[in-house]
Write a protein that binds this ligand. Sequence first.
Ligand code: ISL
Ligand code: CA
Length: 570
Amino acid sequence: MTQKGNAWWKDKAVYQIYPRSFCDSNGDGIGDIPGITSKLDYLKDLGIGIMWLSPVYCSPNDDNGYDISNYRDIQKEFGTLKDMKKLISEAKKRDIRIIMDLVINHTSDEHPWFTESRKSTGNPYRDYYIWRKGKRNHKHSSDALQNQKPPNNWSSFFTGPAWHYDTLTDEFYLHLFSRKQPDLNYNNPKVLAEIKEILKFWLDLGISGFRCDVINVIYKSSLKDGKKRLALTGREHYVSQDGCHTILKELKRDVFSAYDCFTVGETVLVDTAMAHDLCSSERGELDMVFSFEHMDTDHINNKWFKTKFKPGKFIKVITKWQSCLDWNANYLENHDQIRSVSRFGNDTKYHDVSAKMLAVLLLTLRGTPFIYQGEEIGMTNAYFSDLSEIKDVESHYVNELAKKMHFPPSIRWKMIQKSSRDNARTPMQWNTQEHAGFSPKGKSEPWIRVNSNFRTINVENQSKNKDSILSFYKCLLSLRSGKKSILKGSFFALPGPKDVFCYEREFEDERCIILINFSQKTKKLTNVIQSHIKNGTILCSNYNHTDISCFVTLNPYEAVIIETSQGDKS
Ligand code: ISL
Ligand code: CA
């Protein structure tokens, strides 16, 4: 065991793998661990230093692995513990660290703790979960459920009440997510003791940390009714509570501090102050957090009601987070979000330049960048054609709710087609062969449909092309690793034209200015920016510009990194 030394995770870029959709080695249509191992050279060549694996533990797959039934073993369809050990050691040979997903707000309802817990109110595992009697409904029916209401008015992240009635003991259990994801009870010290042992189990196997799923909602400080809201009624009783901070400090003290590892929290509904308290280095909780505010800039209320993307809002939110937190976990995509090029760029006419523009943003902000599989080749939304193609549990819950609310089928479908998480879960596009090279030829169909644009957008084509999005990512990752200003410099926003994000990164006497045009219009640079960059050197441009003289306008979606020197600051 090594004592945690330097913050190595600040210098590396992370690559997120959604194992089900990355690479299927045995042709059953489902991505697997040997598949991931077979792509390690690809990841090394790309230039990433850390890999985050979405859950690979045993799971009945109600929520694709985010419902865990055994924390100490690998889901059969993904392989075995032996395969996992091999992946860890092969990654290590290539200097790639692995972090795993840690899902401890809830387990699967098929986890033995829960199957025991259900059995009786006196079962030793009863208090591993949150069970309560319902409220009386003042109805008189022979059906027990008809006579009562859930214990409080909280709603679930996946729509509907956050409680499920269980006839066996005539009580309800709490589930902030799906019915098959009962929440653990962190008022029971035995639960945290179990979790600590699970963490050690994986850290001892050689993994380098965890992405902690919905970690800031694990502690419920009361079960009182919440203030009525359009979504997530009850949240004031569980978002970032004192009890959560206490647990995180305890995990750091008793487990993480003894290993050379880091943690990134997925923290929902946080503002910058909450995020600071969860991850500032002096508090000893998490090392960094994923926030959501920038992901909330293209919809009203929730992601199912999309609005036109307004770059100004997005730029303002990112600037705020860059300025308020010392270190951000930067991301534009993950397995829960639609594809960034289809969302913040343009996936038709400007596919190539806008995907590269987003790469510049992701890899030059202050913080650790997280690239999601396929982002490096500009994978787009799936444009599914029918509900039967949709696998995600959340989309189906939402469809049911919209049906109950009498939304016409065509509106329901539009909402799901645009916003379903499945947009990011289509198989990785490796080549032009059958199944995009995700599964071997002639074997089972992939578990989810391949995006029909795989013949043009794929790794093989882009590897051969020096001007591709993939080559651009490689260049940028290598540039980043050698530039102290980009790796660890301060962030300072500069006023730019509308829809253009301008900022400066500075470390000692090295300074870079980054200009990113989020619009399809040509933009004239302000005089201030022009004077800042006039003697600079272009380090990277998605239009292959190299000459700074006469650089006065930005093309549609143009992004440039310009190195300037101290002397030029006006
Ligand atoms: O995807 C979302 C909304 O559409 C988010 O609210 C998401 O549910 C939230 O960010 C929590 O996500 C994490 O925990 C969920 C799981 O379904 C997600 O895949 C995971 O990233 C429950 O474990
Ligand atoms: Ca497989």
